[in-house]
Ligand binder design. Sequence first.
Ligand SMILES: NC(=O)c1ccc[n+]([C@@H]2O[C@H](COP(=O)([O-])OP(=O)(O)OC[C@H]3O[C@@H](n4cnc5c(N)ncnc54)[C@H](OP(=O)(O)O)[C@@H]3O)[C@@H](O)[C@H]2O)c1
Length: 219
Amino acid sequence: MEKNVVVFGGTGLIGNLLIELLSEDTYFDSIKVYTRRPTHFSFPKIKNEVLDFSDRSSFEKGIEKDDIVFSALGTTQSKVKRDKKVYRSIDFDMCLNIGKACKVKNASSFLFVSSSGANASSSNFYLKLKGEIENAVLALNLPNTQIVRPSLLLGSRKEYRLGERIAQYIMPKISFLFPPSMKPISALQVAKVLIDLSKKENLSNTKIIENNTLLRYKV
Ligand SMILES: NC(=O)c1ccc[n+]([C@@H]2O[C@H](COP(=O)([O-])OP(=O)(O)OC[C@H]3O[C@@H](n4cnc5c(N)ncnc54)[C@H](OP(=O)(O)O)[C@@H]3O)[C@@H](O)[C@H]2O)c1
């Protein structure tokens, strides 16, 4: 059977590494990357299409039966100017709409990026939101859902994020002080794990992959 991949969030740190690796991997036959604006990816096998992410029904048009679907979508407080509603519309609504489209279209698997510490009962807005999206997607009972929970991502991104740059500089030097669930992790490792997980046919018992497992995962 052909292995056709769909990626949401391909212009981001994890998403871009993901599509670079996917494009080099002969296991996959085609890679569709949906973005909100036309984007040029200089990797082979990639087909870019623009999608209206605010329109729920557009996700169904973008996904076909047996597709392997990845999402590394997400925003930050500064990008949404601290508007929690807008934040939620991206990290929760868009991700859930992709999950729902996977269900309607019978995608073979849905793999997405959450966060270390995700917890629907947390008093922290971000961790609560990530916990809620995990629960909402798991409640869809898709045939194969894989959720990764990385801690601080290490890697170079095009855009400048001062806080993240400082954290990326300091955290690796003091990461021995932190438990494995909080140690920083390279975005490349996360992308590699996602791809490896997507190749496993029967992972019904493994739904959430914690940061410590991501760090040790041999890829
Ligand atoms: N950064 C970290 O240290 C960290 C740690 C743990 C978990 N995470 C989570 O990991 C995931 C991926 O993180 P990342 O740092 O790789 O992400 P990123 O670099 O910020 O990229 C986010 C992606 O989401 C897309 N996006 C954002 N708002 C959108 C909108 N309104 N409509 C359509 N697309 C939109 C972006 O597209 P554009 O290029 O068009 O903006 C981009 O492709 C996120 O869910 C994040 O919460 C991050």
